[in-house]
Design a protein around this ligand. Structure first.
Ligand code: HEC
Ligand code: HEC
Length: 468
């Protein structure tokens, strides 16, 4: 095996660590006392150990739920996996309301890895859904089998005014349950030629009930706590995105553009799948011949049609179930066994300044759900917006977020993620870190600091990230 035990000096002490130079040896890190060979330190280059194997450290219910809350979670998790067809008449696709335009046909299709509720899986399920039930969609060039699930936004309208909206990839045209509908997909070829298109990949839903319940003053005080290191590193104080109507902080989505799990679920149901619901009641495309159901298609059930084991789930609309699944899900668990750096990786993470945006810990308010009150979690985010420069800019404004601003992406769960950054451009943590650096980015000094670390310290930092 190629690696070497080394000693590194860190603030306040000396730690033992293992430097990994080949992904092939990563599995051995877990074996205490594994023999290690010799290697010239000069040849060492830090590498991303890759997605952590073993069981998914996420996807289940949060600990401490009451029996009724737990059965609600379990039933909601099943609802989250329901596949939609146009009117619920296709075998195996019993959900009602797909289309006329869509990016996917179930929540769990995109929120899938490393467990239901997560981010993009591989291979990309959008290739299958494009032609399911006879649909005759052309798969756009930016959707590939080994690439991430993506949705597309156009930056500008043809007249030059800002667009910013999601343009769904697919239509129901040609499907066996949509006869008479004949609409075309958006012109992605022209949008690409004009550089008028940007992409977003799914963000994971694990632990979001606690995130949802963090009070605004807690977030503001956490941001205040990092003011001094931010100033030294040239980072501006994080800007919170705000709900225009009630004035509170919004937290969800790549630009923190959305207020709550219920609103996000309602919007996703209509935007990603074309299913109208009690939060987003109208079809996005009303072309005649393509609207098959009364609206909204998803409603509160007035009688208990099914018996899932949770009456609350049975009576509730799909969007209430989807939100409950996310709200009652457990935060990703850090695999301490995988962080073999003896704490050095985490120390380096903070020393170079990553933690000035990716704030490790947050705490929520009292909660009606068992186990969720005043819970200290480790999402590694300030949930605020930072200017990320010309390299990452997408030219899309959402709420107070401008075209260069993004929410500090939570780092919990990155140990098992396949794709990184808002458009999934990186599959490797080193690429993801370096993408933070470009003209105008607040993270430039921090990335310089990272690149000045010894390869061993860089390696420890990467091993630490893959333990999250
Ligand atoms: C075609 C893929 C796709 C499907 C289907 C899909 N999503 Fe998503 N989801 C995304 C993408 C992409 C984002 C990031 C969007 C953004 O921020 O611009 C996202 C983000 C989210 C978030 C925000 C989480 C956070 O903290 O950022 C929630 C909540 C969510 N989706 C719920 C759902 C629910 C509920 C469904 C089913 C109704 C669903 N999604 C279906 C792709 C998908
Ligand atoms: C100025 C604030 C800031 C600093 C400093 C910063 N980040 Fe980030 N980080 C962000 C933002 C904002 C994003 C999302 C950017 C995007 O998707 O375009 C992000 C995304 C990431 C991602 C991808 C996560 C995902 O869900 O795809 C990783 C990994 C990451 N950061 C690691 C680091 C590490 C390691 C450091 C220190 C070397 C660091 N970051 C420093 C703000 C920061």
């Amino acid at each position: 095996m190629r690696g070497k035990i080394f000693k590194s000096r860190i603030a306040g002490g000396v730690s033992l660590g293992v430097a990994v130079v080949s992904t092939a040896v990563v599995g051995l890190l877990a074996a205490p006392g594994a023999a290690v060979g010799q290697m010239a330190a000069a040849a060492m280059v830090a590498v991303d150990p890759g997605p952590r194997g073993g069981p998914a450290g996420a996807g289940g219910p949060i600990a401490g739920l009451t029996a009724l809350q737990l059965s609600f979670f379990n039933s909601a998790q099943v609802r989250f996996q329901e596949i939609d067809s146009v009117s619920g008449t296709v075998s195996g696709q019993t959900g009602v309301g797909l289309g006329p335009r869509f990016n996917g046909d179930s929540c769990a299709m995109c929120h899938a890895f490393p467990a239901i509720g997560g981010s993009s899986p591989t291979p990309n399920p959008q290739l299958r859904v494009a032609v399911r039930a006879g649909a005759n969609n052309t798969v756009p060039s930016f959707i590939t089998s080994n690439g991430p699930v993506r949705e597309a936004r156009f930056i500008n309208n043809p007249d030059g005014t800002p667009d910013g909206g999601v343009h769904d990839l697919f239509t129901i045209t040609g499907r066996s349950d949509a006869s008479g509908c004949n609409i075309s997909q958006p012109d992605f070829v022209t949008a690409i030629a004009q550089a008028n298109i940007i992409f977003r990949i799914p963000t994971p839903l694990f632990g979001l009930g606690v995130i949802e319940n963090i009070p605004d003053d807690e977030l503001r005080s956490q941001e205040g706590n990092v003011a001094a290191p931010q100033q030294t590193l040239g980072i501006s104080p994080g800007v919170f995105n705000i709900s225009g109507n009630d004035g509170t902080i919004t937290k969800f989505g790549w630009k923190a553009q959305n207020k709550s799990l219920l609103i996000f679920s309602g919007e996703a149901y209509n935007v990603e799948q074309g299913v109208t619901n009690e939060a987003f009641t109208n079809e996005r495309d009303t072309t005649s011949g393509c609207v098959f159901n009364p609206t909204p298609e998803d409603n509160t059930n007035l009688s208990q049609g099914t018996s899932s084991g949770s009456p609350a789930s049975d009576f509730s609309s799909d969007i209430v179930n989807f939100a409950a699944f996310a709200r009652l899900s457990a935060p990703p668990v850090q695999a301490t066994a995988a962080d073999t750096t003896g704490g050095n990786g985490s120390t380096q993470f903070h020393n170079v300044g990553c933690g000035s945006c990716h704030i490790p810990r947050q705490r929520d308010a009292n909660s009606p759900f068992g186990g969720m009150s005043r819970l200290i979690i480790s999402p590694y985010t300030d949930l605020a917006l930072h200017t990320m420069g010309t390299g990452l800019q997408d030219g899309i404004s959402q709420g107070v977020a401008n075209g260069q601003q993004f929410r500090t992406a939570p780092l919990w769960g990155v140990g098992q993620r396949l794709f990184f950054l808002h458009d999934g451009r990186a599959t490797n943590l080193i690429d993801a870190i370096n993408a933070h650096q470009s003209s105008g980015s607040e993270a430039n000094t921090v990335v310089n600091n990272f690149n000045l670390l010894s390869p061993q310290n860089q390696q420890d930092l990467l091993v630490f990230l893959r333990s999250l």
